[in-house]
Design a protein around this ligand. Structure first.
Ligand SMILES: NC(=O)c1ccc[n+]([C@@H]2O[C@H](COP(=O)([O-])OP(=O)(O)OC[C@H]3O[C@@H](n4cnc5c(N)ncnc54)[C@H](OP(=O)(O)O)[C@@H]3O)[C@@H](O)[C@H]2O)c1
Length: 266
């Protein structure tokens, strides 16, 4: 069980997950530490909780979210290892770092501690994210509690750690790809005479609806696409223009490039 939950690193993702945890559990005891203290202070004021040091969180919290960049994880954990090794109670380290395995986290922390790994994305900030979860080290009760805590961030899905880098390339990095497409759609609308605010709104709501329909439908994306393309109509001309520009191949290459970089970060 996790009576005290600490966040080391309160940047984009740490704060998004802290908000999700607060949504899921309005009474959880939350503690925040960040290199520049203003982010931790702002989060503590917003969500209710206390600012603390990394050391205090390492010594006292039963669930410790590690929200620092992968490149800084070794430095942060090695500084905390004497504190972690002195604990006699059970605690779980929760890593969200792209590319770092659970065994790497244990090695960096210099102990065979229970580690859970998640791969979140930025829409977690509004409860519409995707979080892959590897929780082999956890007890059944801990797993259920962690699932419940994370559920405020969106879809939580258990995944074998061997697949988490691939998941990162799709749903972790994917929002950036989606925003490129969204912006280009809106710019196209502006070219055709739509005001900027309406072009952006229509493009965003269209993508949201299309994604929800695809997630709920038994039809494949190809079949859903065909349903929009009337013979001789407008849509098929747009699809043809995208295909001529090698759109599908370019998107696949983007996912593969992100995957390759994730592997390099290990
Ligand atoms: N962003 C994404 O879409 C995404 C998706 C999946 C996974 N992730 C993972 O999430 C983690 C955080 O990424 P992010 O995008 O949230 O980065 P970020 O916004 O830069 O947040 C990192 C935070 O860590 C703090 N920090 C740095 N050194 C610290 C230390 N020694 N002690 C305490 N806090 C420290 C930074 O403080 P300062 O304010 O002083 O810089 C910053 O607030 C990474 O491991 C990343 O791989 C991110």
């Amino acid at each position: 069980m996790f009576p005290t939950i600490g966040f080391i690193g309160c940047g984009n993702m740490g704060s998004a997950l802290a908000r999700a945890v607060r949504t899921s559990d309005p009474t959880a005891e939350l503690f925040f530490a960040n290199r520049s203290p203003d982010k931790a202070q702002a989060l503590a004021a917003e969500l209710g909780g206390q600012t603390q040091t990394n050391e205090w969180i390492a010594a006292n919290c039963s669930l410790i979210f590690l929200g620092v960049k992968p490149q800084l994880m070794g430095e942060v954990l090695s500084a905390l290892s004497p504190i972690l090794s002195g604990r006699t109670d059970r605690f779980v380290l929760l890593t969200m770092a792209a590319g770092l395995t659970m065994q790497t986290i244990r090695t960096m922390a210099q102990g065979q501690y229970p580690v859970a790994r998640i791969m979140p994305n930025t829409p977690c900030a509004i409860g519409a994210g995707v979080v892959q979860l590897c929780s082999l080290d956890l007890t059944q009760v801990e797993r259920e509690e962690l699932n419940a805590l994370l559920s405020g961030s969106g879809l939580v899905d258990e995944l074998d750690e061997a697949l988490i880098d691939a998941a990162c390339a799709v749903s972790g990095c994917g929002p950036a790809f989606a925003y490129l497409f969204l912006d280009a759609l809106a710019q196209g609308g502006i070219c055709c005479g739509l005001p900027q605010d309406k072009a952006l709104l229509y493009a965003a709501k269209m993508l949201e609806g299309a994604a929800r329909l695809a997630a709920q439908s038994d039809l494949t994306p190809e079949q859903l696409k065909q349903a929009v393309c009337s013979p001789g109509g407008a849509t098929i001309q747009g699809v043809h223009a995208l295909e001529n520009a090698d759109f599908a191949n370019t998107v696949m290459e983007a996912v593969k490039a992100a995957y390759k970089r994730t592997l390099e970060l290990k």
